[in-house]
Ligand binder design. Structure first.
Ligand SMILES: [Zn+2]
Length: 202
């Protein structure tokens, strides 16, 4: 019952009484849902992809189980025609975005999650984030948005002395320098595409 509580618009109703199932379960629930039906708000019913599990333990991603759960429970819900449903929740100026799928699989799945700076002033004022946290989040956003472009002009102003993890490399920046540097393999990178193509030879 709680799983049908999507919000005020009541889309999906009326539920046909004849299809009532005595046993509550994610499988039948998912099976009769359509892609445009808003996803359920119960984080306990979601499973995590391996991709998401890796993100939970990687430094500099700021993706946590608690954050994902809170976003599913009370985040703003957005529909994107190419990527489907996303929950988004801003905490101290930083938005955690959680992309989910709950109709193409047997049970709802958290497909991916990432952070982005929503309000730089609020983020800087918050105790939760230090300067390097904010710089890391901003740099990651730029790299993802322009994955195939060299972006030295966006890397140069960022100051990230604490390594963050992308595609197996542990990266830092040096102020005024227009590339990322891997502290393990000493590789230099100006785009996410370059990171994709070169494996870390630590
Ligand atoms: Zn490396």
């Amino acid at each position: 019952m709680a799983s049908r509580d999507h919000g005020p618009d009541g889309r999906g109703a009326p539920g046909p009484e004849t299809q009532h199932r005595p046993v509550e379960g994610a499988v039948p629930e998912a099976a009769r849902r359509r892609p445009e039906d808003p996803p359920i708000r119960n984080p306990d019913q979601y499973s995590l992809t391996d991709h998401v599990r890796k993100r939970l333990v990687q430094g500099g991603r700021y993706v946590t189980v608690e954050g994902v759960d809170d976003a599913i429970r009370e985040g703003q819900l957005r529909w994107n025609t190419s990527d489907g449903w996303r929950f988004a929740r801003v905490v101290d100026g930083v938005r955690l975005v959680v992309a989910v799928c709950d109709t193409e699989t047997a049970s709802p799945v958290v497909v991916t999650a990432w952070t982005e700076v929503a309000d730089i002033g609020a983020a800087e004022a918050a105790e939760r984030w230090d300067r390097t946290d904010i710089e890391t989040i901003r740099l990651r956003s730029t790299l993802s948005e322009r994955a195939d472009e060299h972006v030295p002009e966006h890397i140069r102003p960022r100051d990230v002395p604490r390594p963050f993890y992308v595609r197996g490399h542990r990266l830092v920046t040096d102020p005024g320098v227009g590339h990322l540097r891997c502290v393990d393999c000493s590789g230099r990178f100006r785009s996410k595409g370059e990171l994709d193509r070169r494996r870390c030879s630590r």
